[in-house]
Every structure is written in C-alpha cells, then in structure tokens.
Design a protein around this ligand. Structure first.
Ligand code: 3PG
Length: 400
C-alpha cells in the first residue's frame, strides 16, 4: 500500500476488501476488533484523497439479501472509529452501490452491503464468481486486499477481483503475514501451541503441520472429547466427532514418536446441558476427572487442575500460538479455562500470538489488554491455514 500511496491515489476509487465479519448481538457489535484493524489502511487512503470503497462479508447468508447479516452496524462503527461520515450502500453492485460510489468525494469513505448477499461471491463456479468480480470491478480503479480473516477463501472479492485491477496489500495483511511468517521460520523454543475450539476436523491440517514444529501442543475446547473418546474414555453427552477418533489416535502416536508433548486435560467442568448464554444464570458445574466423566453430562470447560497444568506448560514458552477458546467462555461458569490460558500467555516470557476470531474476541471480552499480547490475529481459519503451509487464494492473488 505504501507503493500505491507513493504513486498518488487522489481522486481514485480504491476498493478495500476488509473483513468486517464481527460478532453481533442483534445489531450490536460485541467485538469490534476486526473493524479497528482495517482503520489504518482506510485512514491512509482517505488522507491521500482516495475515494475509498470498503467491502466485506458478514456471517454466512445464503447468497441473497438477509437483514440479519447487514453490514450497516459495521459501517456505522467504522465511521465512529474514523471520526468521519461513512456512506452506506444498501446493495453491493446494484443501483445504491453505483450511486454511492459515484457520489463519493475525494478523501471520503463508503461501505457496501454484505458481499455474500450475492451468490457469485462464494460460488464454486469460476464463471459465476468471475461475473460477479466483473461487476465489482466497475466500482473501482484500484484494489487493496486487507481482509486477512478471509484470505483463505477463494471468493470473488478475495481472489477474482484483484486479477481485474491493479492490486496491493493493505497494512493489516502485511502485519499479519509478517507475524505468521515468523512462526513458520525462526521460532524461539520451547514453541507451545494451545488449540481449542469445537471441531477436530477444523484443526486437522494444522495439527499435522505443527507436529514437526511445536515442542508442546495443549488441547482444549470441544475437541478434547474426541481425543478422550478415542482413548476409550466416557465423554457423556459432550461434543464428539466419531469419524475423527482414528485421526486423534494417530496424532497421539505421532507426537510420541517425534518427542512432541501432546497434552490433554486432566479434569473437566461438566453440567447437565448447554448453558443459557443470554441469561448467564449460574449452572453450578461439577469438576470431574477427564478419564472418568459421568454418562449424561456435558463437558463445557477444562477444569482447575488442567488450568494449572496448562499455565505451567506455557510458563517457559519462547513462542506461543493459541487458537480457539478452552471452553464456553461466553458463560461466566465456563470462562476460567480460557482466562487461565490467556493469562498464561501474558505471563510467558516469549512471543505470543493469539490467532482466531473467537480467541481474539475471548481475550477482549474477558477484559485483557490486547496490546499486552505479542500479536492478536484477526484471522481464525486464515491463520490456521497459513500455518498449515497452504497457499491462501487472497494472498496468492496479491503476490505479483
Ligand atoms: C472468519 O470469521 O474466519 C472469516 O471472516 C471468514 O468467514 P467464513 O468462515 O464465513 O468464510
């Protein structure tokens, strides 16, 4: 983007592909981290006199307008953060978008409605995606990719549009890639990886890849129960991916073969059912040994001994990558595991990276100072896929 700014962008329509996919409660944004992350790029372009057209997806609407997934709240928040009026187009490539972009003065910013209200955005069909990218291209002279959270998606605005316009990487993408590159190249040891979140299948690639990089892998979140079940333990009504059990056993064996410490929880907080995340009423969880979970109980967080164990495993870390909450942190009864891991990252002597929309949101909603971490990535799937060593369509499209 510095190269673009040096050439001069005054009067040019610059399309900024951001990731404004923020968590919403109705129309209230519960964590605005991803919006704040794109502000430096938007500000720099606007200050240089560009007509900035910001576009993003939000959630997973079904290729047609759906008010529940409108970007209007995100556009309003971007305006507050910029301290400037932001125009909002109520469609993406239709009359509203055309009129809003045509009416943009130099140095002003507009946000388009959710890209995924158009089936072409996420289509698997190259021609359909291409046709949508052609329409988007009519709205801009230059493309700036800065939606790091979405670079692993081969979507029209991420992959096809940059091929149709002069293209540059924004500040956020440059920073994110710089940090993650460090994790794949020169890590200070011990390199400890903490993986949470619900599905083993989402983490398979990264576990595979990390087995020859990390010194220790700590497992938390819903994934735990597939590992426990694979080892032959009762997991009650907890989340379980039956078809991933074999893979879990292979990981455990492979970790042992390579001398990687693969650490599973020793105790679990359980309850009778899933807690009400809105009312947040007390649920009186029980702590049980991980290898003796009662039938009929649902595991919702790592237990107190595991919190201590994981803190100890992180205490001397030279490098940490953490992705995925340890439990259902949105409910106070099950937030302690995630809180303990976040605190252990802060206490660790090394460089700490929090990767992922959920863990980043957890860190902020639990009241931690985000600046105290080495880096908080805006990308969940994107940072994992980067660490897996995959080619990310949204980065490949910017590379030349
Ligand atoms: C994310 O939240 O990881 C990104 O915004 C991508 O969203 P998606 O998983 O719906 O493509």
């Amino acid at each position: 983007i510095d190269e673009l700014l040096a050439q001069g962008v005054s009067g040019k329509r610059v399309f900024v592909r951001a990731d404004l996919n923020v968590p919403l409660d109705g129309t209230t944004i519960t964590d605005d981290g991803r919006i704040r992350a794109v502000v430096p790029t938007v500000k720099a372009l606007a200050a240089a006199g560009a007509r900035v057209v910001v576009a993003s997806h939000l959630g997973r609407p079904k290729g047609a307008p759906d008010p529940a997934f409108s970007l209007a709240p995100a556009a309003a928040r971007l305006g507050e953060l910029l301290g400037a009026d932001v125009a909002f187009a109520t469609d993406t490539v239709g009359d509203s978008a055309q009129a809003v972009v045509a009416g943009l003065a130099d140095g002003r910013v507009a946000v388009l409605e959710n890209l995924r209200f158009n089936a072409g955005e996420t289509s698997k069909d190259d021609a359909e995606r291409g046709a949508f990218a052609d329409l988007l291209a009519t709205l801009a002279d230059v493309y700036v990719g800065d939606g790091f959270g979405a670079v692993h998606r081969k979507h029209a605005s991420v992959f096809d549009l940059p091929a149709r316009l002069p293209h540059y990487a924004g500040y956020l993408i440059a920073t994110e890639v710089g940090v993650l590159k460090k994790l794949t190249e020169d890590v200070r040891r011990p390199y400890v990886v903490a993986l949470g979140g619900s599905k083993v299948s989402d983490k398979i690639g990264v576990i595979d890849n990390l087995l020859d990089k990390a010194d220790r892998i700590l497992i938390g979140g819903g994934m735990v129960f597939t590992f426990l079940a694979a080892k032959g333990h009762e997991v009650g009504t907890s989340l379980l991916q039956e078809d991933q059990k074999q893979k879990c056993l292979e990981y455990l064996a492979e970790a042992e073969r390579r001398g990687v410490e693969f650490v599973l929880p020793v105790d679990i907080l359980v309850s009778d059912g899933f807690p009400d995340l809105k009312a947040k009423a007390p649920t009186h969880p029980e702590t049980v040994a991980a290898d003796a979970m009662p039938a009929g109980k649902l595991g919702l967080d790592i237990g107190p001994d595991t919190r201590k164990l994981y803190a100890a495993k992180l205490a001397d870390a030279g490098t940490v990558f953490w992705n995925g909450p340890m439990g259902v942190f949105e409910h106070p009864d099950y937030a302690e595991g995630t809180r303990a891991v976040a605190q252990a990252l802060l206490d660790a002597p090394g460089f700490t990276v929090v990767g992922g929309g959920d863990s980043a949101a957890a860190v902020r909603t639990l009241g931690f100072d985000e600046n105290a971490f080495g880096h908080i990535s805006t990308g969940g799937g994107a940072s994992l896929e980067y660490l897996e060593g995959k080619t990310l369509p949204g980065l490949a499209a910017l590379e030349d």
